[in-house]
Design a protein around this ligand. Structure first.
Ligand SMILES: Cc1cc2nc3c(=O)[nH]c(=O)nc-3n(C[C@H](O)[C@H](O)[C@H](O)COP(=O)(O)OP(=O)(O)OC[C@H]3O[C@@H](n4cnc5c(N)ncnc54)[C@H](O)[C@@H]3O)c2cc1C
Length: 458
């Protein structure tokens, strides 16, 4: 078989949510087609001025860029960084180095899709090749579709079956060397606080592929045999890989392959499949963050004192407040707590899920359009949940998933003197609003609020 000789003209690899060297199809393809590549990240002011630019995520992004530059330098390359419009800056760099093509990983949100269309037009005009590659999900959105037609799977279980049966691409080779053109300025990676105002959470995870791989290694070495622990709030037994998957510091395919091969790994592969599921819905409905997939005629409430109390973790329901305070402190929240807090906001307080999703995006280091919006819509019953009117009772959830009250004790210290399950019902000990307890009374009566919600849905 004849080997294709790599060309001397460089290829620009525009990075975005794929900040890694392992299993990077766009980078690997560039390295086999050309003797030199230009790994490039463009800091886009339209993103950095928008709701995406939460300090927790911008900090994680900067950590990840620095880490990637380090590992590319170890491979005799570097990461090139520019600021400005990604399309204009990428073409400018391509022109400077005499590149013949641009590579990028395909993504799903409306901003990403618009950017890809603009890249296509600009590259066609400049007579530059443009190739997009998989890598943001395990199975590219659109590759698994319902056989009876329809745009996309809207129910998870049939998607999961089809996804599991679908062949996965082989992992891309990790490059040993990443030769880059000489004479091109690398560009500075600014400190995160120069890019965005506000504070980071005190206990946010460090960003970067190195930190992500370390977590993956440690977590894969632990036992996943007991699936029941996933929902145990105090055990904190899930992988916490979500921020690394969000920024592409880890390849979802590598995570699924590695963990799927282990005993007890299947439930985790299923979680990663949920991520793909929400991405394929978002690819076909890129405005998921604002437009309801299945409107139910709701006349949601907007700004209110109740919404503020929810944001601050002062609803009077300790399990809800514990989740909201974990979010602020770590920039991350356990999945079970996300379900409980989101259900409480939309179904008991009947506040618009978009307000909740915005607050999550303000803090979550893993916050992204596909997963955040699709999960919020799922909980609000306007998305892909097949039981849209279900209401999670926070007290029953607390008894089941935090039976000793350990999770609440960790995050709501003013209740620490209450033992066992009584911590979930402080009003039984302290009565309504008690200065002495320093903890507010309940915002709503659960039964009345759930009945009102069901009446609204008809
Ligand atoms: C209201 C709400 C909002 C959410 N917002 C986000 C978000 O902005 N970003 C985000 O990554 N996840 C979001 N999730 C999903 C889920 O809560 C987190 O992915 C999970 O808690 C991350 O923890 P982990 O890495 O330990 O997960 P694990 O349980 O170890 O799962 C492994 C990986 O699978 C993926 N995953 C797990 N559960 C889900 C799910 N329900 N939907 C999509 N992917 C999933 C994540 O990438 C995760 O890292 C949200 C869930 C809810 C209910």
């Amino acid at each position: 078989m004849s080997r294709v000789t790599p060309s001397d003209d460089p290829i620009v690899v525009v990075l975005n949510r794929d900040l890694r060297v392992h299993d990077h199809p766009a980078l690997a393809a560039a390295l086999s087609a050309s003797v030199r590549v230009v790994p490039l990240f463009v800091l886009d002011p339209t993103v950095l001025d928008g709701p995406f630019a939460a300090p927790n995520r911008v900090g994680f992004l900067v950590d990840s860029l620095r880490d990637l530059r380090r590992s590319l330098r170890e491979r005799s390359g570097t990461l090139f960084v520019r600021s400005g419009d990604p399309v204009e800056e990428s073409l400018r760099v391509a022109h400077e180095v005499g590149a013949r093509a641009i590579h990028a990983s395909a993504d799903v949100g409306s901003h990403a899709q618009r950017r890809e269309r603009r890249f296509a037009e600009a590259c066609a005009e400049a007579r530059l090749g443009l190739r997009t590659f998989p890598g943001v999900t395990v199975v590219p959105p659109g590759e698994v579709r319902p056989s009876q037609g329809g745009d996309t799977y809207r129910v998870f279980t049939p998607y999961w079956r089809a996804w599991r049966a679908h062949p996965w691409r082989p992992l891309a080779a990790t490059p040993r060397r990443v030769p880059v053109p000489t004479g091109l300025a690398a560009g500075r990676i600014p400190a995160w606080h120069r890019l965005v105002g506000g504070d980071r959470s005190p206990a946010v995870a460090p960003g970067g592929e190195t930190a992500g791989r370390l977590r993956l290694r440690r977590w894969s070495a632990s036992s996943h045999d007991d699936d029941g622990r996933r929902d145990d709030l105090a055990a904190d037994a899930t992988s916490r890989l979500s921020p690394y998957l969000h920024f592409g510091c880890l390849s979802p395919l590598e995570v699924a392959t590695r963990i799927g091969d282990q005993r007890g790994g299947e439930p985790v592969v299923r979680q990663v499949c949920w991520r793909d599921f929400h991405h394929q819905v978002t690819a076909d409905h890129p405005r998921m963050s604002s437009v309801e997939l299945r409107p139910r005629g709701d006349r949601w409430r907007g700004e209110s004192e109740e919404l503020d109390a929810w944001r601050e973790g002062l609803t009077g329901y300790p399990i809800v407040d514990a989740g909201m305070r974990q979010l602020r402190h770590e920039g991350w929240m356990h999945n079970r707590a996300r379900l409980i807090t989101a259900s409480f906001l939309t179904k008991h307080l009947y506040v618009d899920w978009r307000r909740g999703a915005d607050w999550f995006l303000r803090w979550l280091v893993d916050g992204d359009i596909a997963n955040n919006s699709a999960n919020w819509q799922w909980v609000a019953g306007t998305g892909t949940d097949t039981r849209p009117n279900r209401v999670l009772n926070p007290l029953r959830q607390a008894d089941r998933y935090d039976p000793e009250g350990e999770y609440v004790r960790r995050w709501v210290p003013e209740l620490a003197d209450l033992d066992g399950r009584s911590i979930h019902r402080p009003w039984l000990r302290h009565g309504p609003w008690s200065e002495a307890a320093g903890y507010p009374d309940r915002l709503v009566d659960l039964d009345d609020a759930a009945a009102a919600f069901r009446a609204r849905r008809g």
